[in-house]
Design a protein around this ligand. Structure first.
Ligand code: 5GP
Length: 189
């Protein structure tokens, strides 16, 4: 039986999930983010082993074959996946673990861990999402379009999640998620 809480944290690319996540980790000592593996290239400022484990397609396919991943998905032409061992170790030691993953990953995790808590982060509006995605300046206009289309598709899954949170302000959103986690931990004591 796992001691920690497994939290699936999903939302459109550009919705500000990463910024909220940094605040969450800084505010809650018992919370950890699972570092995923991906075949996408690092963005400027990203470090291997911190934001992601950046791996080749060959290595990723080997991880799939060896059952090293709890879940994986292809997102805008790149693989993303959750390494199993680190997540299980953290949960067993009582830490609460957040998986920042897209919808296909959520569907796989929900089957494996029916007791997980699922949170979907929404943008205040689609216009705002498009503005945030384009102004990040790290993706080509083609990739921005691809990610926006995927975001619209993904948002249709939001009602299936336990909680929907609108990221209109980073600190407010962080506080809302912290109180969701605290309430669930109280209920499950
Ligand atoms: P980005 O390239 O913007 O860092 O991530 C693209 C999408 O992949 C985001 O929706 C992010 O949440 C998702 N993602 C990141 N890591 C994983 C993972 O391990 N598994 C799955 N299924 N999705 C992931």
């Amino acid at each position: 039986m796992d001691k920690g809480l497994l939290i699936v944290y999903t939302g459109a690319s550009g919705v500000g999930k990463g910024t909220v996540m940094k605040e969450l980790l800084a505010s809650n000592d018992n919370l950890r983010l699972s570092v995923s593996a991906t075949t996408r290239a690092p963005r400027p400022g990203e470090t291997n082993g911190v934001e992601y484990h950046f791996v080749t397609f060959e290595r990723f396919e080997e991880m799939i074959k060896n059952n090293e991943l709890l879940e994986h998905a292809l997102y805008c032409d790149n693989y993303y996946g959750t390494p199993e061992k680190s997540v299980r170790d953290m949960l067993a030691s009582g830490l609460d673990v957040m998986l920042e993953i897209e919808v296909e990953g959520y569907l796989q995790i929900k089957k494996l861990f029916p007791d997980c808590v699922t949170i979907f982060v929404l943008p205040p509006s689609l216009e705002e999402l498009e503005r945030r995605l384009s102004s990040r300046g790290t993706e080509s206009p083609e990739v921005v379009r691809q990610r926006l289309n995927r975001a619209i598709e993904e948002m249709s899954y939001a009602p299936q999640f336990d909680y929907q949170v609108v990221n209109d302000d980073v600190k407010r959103t962080k506080d809302e998620i912290l109180s969701i986690i605290a309430d669930i931990k109280n209920e499950r004591k």
